[in-house]
Ligand binder design. Sequence first.
Ligand SMILES: Cc1cc2nc3c(=O)[nH]c(=O)nc-3n(C[C@H](O)[C@H](O)[C@H](O)COP(=O)(O)OP(=O)(O)OC[C@H]3O[C@@H](n4cnc5c(N)ncnc54)[C@H](O)[C@@H]3O)c2cc1C
Ligand SMILES: NC(=O)C1=CN([C@@H]2O[C@H](COP(=O)(O)OP(=O)(O)OC[C@H]3O[C@@H](n4cnc5c(N)ncnc54)[C@H](OP(=O)(O)O)[C@@H]3O)[C@@H](O)[C@H]2O)C=CC1
Ligand SMILES: O=C(O)C(=O)Cc1c[nH]c2ccccc12
Length: 389
Amino acid sequence: MQIIEVHVVIVGAGPAGIATAGCLNKLRISNIVLERDDCPVSLWRKRAYDRLKLHLGKDFCSLPHYPFPSYFPNFVPRVDFLHYIDSYIAHFGIDINYNCSVDSAFIDQSSRKWRLLVTNNSSGAGEIYEAEFLVVASGENSEEYIPNIKGLESYQGESMHCSKYLNGREMYKKNVLVVGCGNSGMKIAYDLSTWGAYTSIVIRSQVHYFTKKMVYVGMLMLKHFTVEKVDKIMIVMSKLKYGNMSKYGLTRPKEGPFALKIKGGTTPTIDVGCVKRIKNGKIKVYPGISSIKENKVVKFVDGQHAHFDAIIFVTGYKTNVLKWLKDYKGLFNENGMPKPSYPNHWKGKHGIYSAGFSKRGLEGISFDAMKIANDINFTLTSRVNQITS
Ligand SMILES: Cc1cc2nc3c(=O)[nH]c(=O)nc-3n(C[C@H](O)[C@H](O)[C@H](O)COP(=O)(O)OP(=O)(O)OC[C@H]3O[C@@H](n4cnc5c(N)ncnc54)[C@H](O)[C@@H]3O)c2cc1C
Ligand SMILES: NC(=O)C1=CN([C@@H]2O[C@H](COP(=O)(O)OP(=O)(O)OC[C@H]3O[C@@H](n4cnc5c(N)ncnc54)[C@H](OP(=O)(O)O)[C@@H]3O)[C@@H](O)[C@H]2O)C=CC1
Ligand SMILES: O=C(O)C(=O)Cc1c[nH]c2ccccc12
């Protein structure tokens, strides 16, 4: 089989892969992006709900060297974000091979280069790529995660992961349980409630909650003040706006929101109206689930039980890196996340890089893309300088 040789191969055409290709193209370093799906940013195009918007202000979400158009609103809707990505690809002339699933990547012992075994999903044929540099940009959210709950396999209602949820049109006057209170959980619960579903949400852990504006102000303040100071202000703002919500099942962690985000990647929840609906009883809060019984009954850890026509698992994602990256030791841990902590997470040995694995959203992705492209450029130019001197 013919081997396709490139300087840099990038796995994944999400924002991270596209941003890295854009930065490399700007430096005139040839590269190819391999994408298993048939389009770019498939997470945003195919696996996200209609109401989704960027929840951070647009100053924190544009990709490198290409700001959002000035007429875009501060919180960019999903469809505008897709247009922006399409024009980013056109502007930088990014080369993407769609329908290409990377099945494995390893270091070839004779060439000492990265070798990738790829299946072309449209023809079914196998392809081999060889590259000096490998950029892992397959995403923190590449595999849906649904917890193992006793009785779930025999649940007779409708159950789905949130990546299949578009809107609540079919849920009017149905009892729906949303499991998970991250950013997707709170937004989907709110969305369902506005579509007239009798909505409940499982909140099993402590959580920080803010309005979009508070987080926007907080992100701006972080440019000038310490994390501790900003966190204190954030909590005061949240308390002033929402008060004490513990009797409704919402308690704040002791540690501040940005400190937690930086330390563990736990993202504070940006509330778009869910908290108000919890307060006025339109959305009911339950603690963790203990099991699912017959007749669509869900039992909770505090002994309560209730009947649900549908369950939406908004329980997050996992990475798929360990499934296809064979020589990963050094850069990735057993959860498929970078071993070195931020800001050293983006580079490994033998020409491997990670883009989009710092749990810092699109801002983190831009940071990674620029670091990676500059580092590859540095390696290549120092080599040319050595030869010519
Ligand atoms: C619903 C949602 C909303 C978000 N909103 C925001 C926000 O407002 N602001 C913000 O800053 N961040 C946000 N994020 C976080 C983050 O910015 C996005 O998840 C972003 O899409 C991550 O980009 P990525 O390129 O790293 O990963 P992805 O977008 O997941 O792209 C990875 C790509 O790799 C492909 N791929 C995976 N495995 C393979 C393989 N083996 N072979 C070939 N291709 C493969 C996938 O098909 C996918 O297209 C959001 C995340 C989610 C889930
Ligand atoms: N732009 C936007 O508007 C949006 C942005 N996002 C971003 O997308 C990324 C993914 O977010 P999201 O999909 O919400 O995933 P997250 O991983 O952030 O949240 C998963 C949630 O599921 C809960 N959970 C997991 N297992 C269970 C279980 N067995 N029982 C009960 N609860 C459980 C977790 O609770 P626990 O903490 O107890 O484990 C947590 O609340 C985040 O970075 C987020 O910020 C998401 C949505 C919208
Ligand atoms: O949406 C996400 O997943 C993000 O990680 C974006 C993000 C970066 N910093 C934040 C601080 C508060 C809320 C979201 C984010």
